[in-house]
Write a protein that binds this ligand. Structure first.
Ligand code: ADP
Ligand code: ZN
Ligand code: ZN
Length: 737
């Protein structure tokens, strides 16, 4: 009897918030179903796509409760065994439901049950006639000219056409003229061979050392990790490009992970320009089907270079030889909701399982990575000089105490700006928008406009006369009267990028100003066109936020000023200092490329602060050394392990009550080496109407923390209090808001 049952049931991970799997009867054609096979199963009143974790099990589900698999979507697994192992490991390490991990790792089209098959795609290319067209003859047909010019660079798919905002009507015209042809090709089928398209830079001595080390290490095809620490503009990208050449020449693939593709169009273009091999870019602008096609190309080995953001770590690769993580310190490699994985950490794990090399590149490596390098786990390569002839920037502190200020600008800064502008150079003003938003205040009674649903101030947006909440998106017209005393004396306080832009335009009417932030770059292509206008010298003053700190080169910017970053000095988050240091160095790195010496000015009320002193006088490396020392003395990561329970609820006490119940469960048999801190209100104590609480777990050993969680989570899931509050668990949390 039992034998028969064993033949007939499979264990399936389904995407539900439960840390357990479910058994289903196998259909008649399911005899040889494999681990990792995708199946459709009934769950409650729905049908869900799940994955078989054990093909033949003895079930303890009572026969009357046992349901059958509806459909075997693919009998063979979607992932190769090594990736499957990685996903199982990730579910365990992050204590996240396996079904949800697997669903997350699969492209959306596959989550919805579509078949993993290559499809035909439309590709537009120039005909011989089209290639011969004189662009100047199209002066009046701007749209047609744009299309022909774009197609001279490379053939385009429909998505490319959309992304480049090429006009459909003009596309039709150029086809009718016989200049452009459409081919329906199966995507990416076929082999590729490495061909170089562009001569590399001759390397400087530091770059040459790094490239040589990478070439010899990568020839071993085993897991090795290099930290490539190179000051901004030191030519890290050139090192990546040359490091990958022998890898590609061997027919192996390269995965490049970047923080945000939209912010670094130049990087993608540089990879495309160097090698004539199939490059797949995974970005959020793709349709589900296109993403699937890219994923298949990677899995089948048809793509040579894959460039993507954090989720590309889940792309199966036929023959991965090298994984590069650019700006490895960037917070975006950590997923902040749902399955809260860290793509950088998973990359290292994956490298050990599959045996390939990893290069972690940054001007400001994370303290975790630096400590791994210090302990000899990673090879440390350094580029201390800027590539070409660029000179290092000069750094100045500007004490704001008792200074007369205009919209956040000290008079001294204004006169420094004037000097640089008069010499024909560009100036970049950096505003840390977070925590420095512009609030609406009553001049009579001090009332501040707050969001009704969040414990946060509303932000004034002058361009559409609204108040907006940056936490929940709530929006309303700017009120005329104070909500406290009814006075009409409402003023906005603090400086947002918009206010700064207005103020700058008044102070420097002879110069053109451009603002680069989320609001001014919302539309597709806007960021690129702003950046191009800056390169072309159309603007003299750039005002920007975090977006500007990432990877762009502004050769004519000679003055970079950080207006207010003091908030980070008081933050309760132990990573705030590290973040500030990284931001400072990254922003400062925008100054003085090419032949011009750059100046970096930091306005602060605390010029004597040790962190500020260390950064400005000694640079990131020294800062990082003392920060690591502090972390080790305070027993903080990377010298300790942390996990964070979060809970939120509409009802005032429900979230706290749930976390108290969790503490009770954790402490039942003693927590050993693990300390539970809290529950306490989250720094943003209310968001979108929900009350938010946190519970922090801290342990000297990772193993102790994991053991405790593993033994308690199934009990925690069933707590009665979970019905009134949402909760989540974050392993190695990066963000404490
Ligand atoms: P990073 O990524 O370290 O900030 P990049 O790789 O973008 O630096 O290089 C900065 C600039 O220096 C780029 O314009 C690049 O083309 C140039 N560059 C890089 N290596 C060299 C070299 N060996 N000689 C001359 N210029 C170089
Ligand atoms: Zn809100
Ligand atoms: Zn008032």
């Amino acid at each position: 009897m039992e034998d028969q049952q064993e033949q007939r049931c499979a264990r399936v991970a389904v995407p539900v918030p439960m840390r357990r799997q479910f058994d289903y009867l196998l259909p008649a054609d399911g005899a040889d179903i494999a681990v990792g096979a995708r199946v459709k199963v009934p769950f409650g009143s729905r049908s869900l796509i799940g994955f078989v974790t054990e093909p033949h099990v003895v079930t303890d589900t009572p026969p009357n409760k046992l349901k059958a698999i509806e459909h075997i979507t693919d009998p063979s697994p979607l992932w190769p065994p090594s990736m499957w192992e990685l996903l199982l490991w990730a579910a365990q390490y992050y204590h996240h439901p396996l079904g949800d991990v697997l669903a997350h790792a699969a492209p959306i089209a596959l989550r919805h049950g579509e078949a993993p098959e290559f499809q035909q795609i439309k590709r537009y290319a120039l005909t011989d006639e089209g290639a011969a067209v004189d662009l100047d003859s199209l002066k009046r047909a701007v749209q047609q000219r744009k299309i022909i010019a774009a197609l001279r660079e490379r053939a385009l798919t429909s998505t490319d056409i959309k992304a480049l905002e090429l006009a459909p009507a003009a596309l039709k015209t150029v086809q009718e003229k016989g200049w452009v042809s459409v081919a329906h090709e199966p995507l990416g089928v076929g082999a590729w061979r490495l061909e170089r398209d562009e001569q590399p830079h001759p390397l400087n001595p530091e770059q040459a050392v790094a490239v040589a080390a990478l070439h010899s290490g990568l020839a071993e095809s085993e897991a090795r990790v290099w930290l490539l620490e190179g000051v901004t503009g030191s030519g890290k990208t050139e090192v990546y490009l040359q490091a990958m050449e022998p890898v590609l020449a061997r027919g192996q693939q390269v995965l490049v992970m970047v923080p945000e593709i939209g912010l670094t169009p130049q990087t993608v273009a540089r990879f495309r320009a160097r090698y004539k091999v199939p490059v797949v870019v995974m970005h959020s602008g793709l349709s589900d089907q296109e993403r699937l096609q890219g994923w298949l190309q990677a899995r089948e080995g048809h793509a040579a270079i894959i460039i993507g953001t954090r989720s590309s770590i889940f792309t199966p690769m036929k023959n991965l030889g090298l994984l590069i993580i650019d700006e490895e310190h960037d917070a975006s490699f950590k997923q902040q909701d749902g399955f809260r994985y860290n793509a950088r950490d998973l990359a290292i794990k994956r490298a050990h399982q599959e045996g390939f090399g990893v290069v972690l590149g940054s001007a400001t490596p994370s303290l975790e990575t630096l400590s791994n390098a210090q302990q000899g786990r990673y090879h440390h390569l350094q580029l201390k000089k800027r590539a070409g002839n660029a000179k290092p920037a000069k750094h100045f502190l500007l004490d704001l105490k008792q200074q007369r200020m205009q919209q956040g600008l000290s008079e001294q800064l204004i006169s420094t700006m004037r000097k640089h502008l008069e010499q024909g150079n560009q100036v970049l003003l950096f505003l840390n928008r977070r925590g420095f938003a512009n609030a609406l205040i009553c001049h009579e009674c001090g009332w501040v406009a707050e969001c009704r649903r969040c414990q946060a101030n509303m932000t004034v947006h002058q361009h559409n006369h609204s108040l907006q909440c940056h936490h929940c998106g709530a929006s309303q017209r700017i009120p005329r009267q104070c909500g406290g005393c009814g006075s009409t004396q409402l003023v906005s306080r603090g400086v947002g990028t918009e206010q700064l832009e207005q103020c700058i335009e008044q102070l420097f009417p002879a110069y053109s100003t451009v603002r680069i932030d989320r609001d001014s770059t919302r539309r597709k292509g806007q960021l690129e066109s702003h950046l191009n206008a800056v390169s072309a010298g159309q603007h003299h003053i750039l005002i920007g936020t975090q977006m500007l700190a990432k990877g762009h080169h502004f050769p004519n910017v000679t003055l970079v000023a950080l207006l207010d970053v003091d908030g980070a000095l008081y933050s309760a988050d132990f990573r705030a200092a590290e973040r500030l240091a990284q931001l400072y160095i990254q922003v400062a790195g925008r100054a003085g490329r090419a032949s011009k010496v750059g100046t970096v000015v930091l306005q602060t009320h605390h010029p004597e602060h040790p962190l500020i002193q260390e950064l400005v006088n000694n640079g990131y490396t020294d800062f990082a050394r003392s920060a690591l020392l502090e972390r080790s003395q305070a027993m903080l990561p990377p010298y300790a392990a942390m996990a964070l329970f979060r809970a939120e609820a509409m009802e005032k006490d429900a979230a706290e009550a749930l976390l108290q119940a969790i503490v009770a469960v954790l402490e039942e048999d003693g927590t050993g080496e693990v300390t539970a801190i809290g529950p306490m209100p989250a720094p943003l104590a209310r968001k979108a109407g929900r009350y938010r609480y946190q519970l922090m777990l801290h342990a000297a050993s990772r193993a102790a923390l994991h053991k405790l969680l593993l033994s308690k989570l199934s009990l925690i899931e069933t707590l009665a209090q979970t019905r009134k509050a949402r909760w989540s668990l974050d392993i190695d949390p990066q963000d404490f808001t």
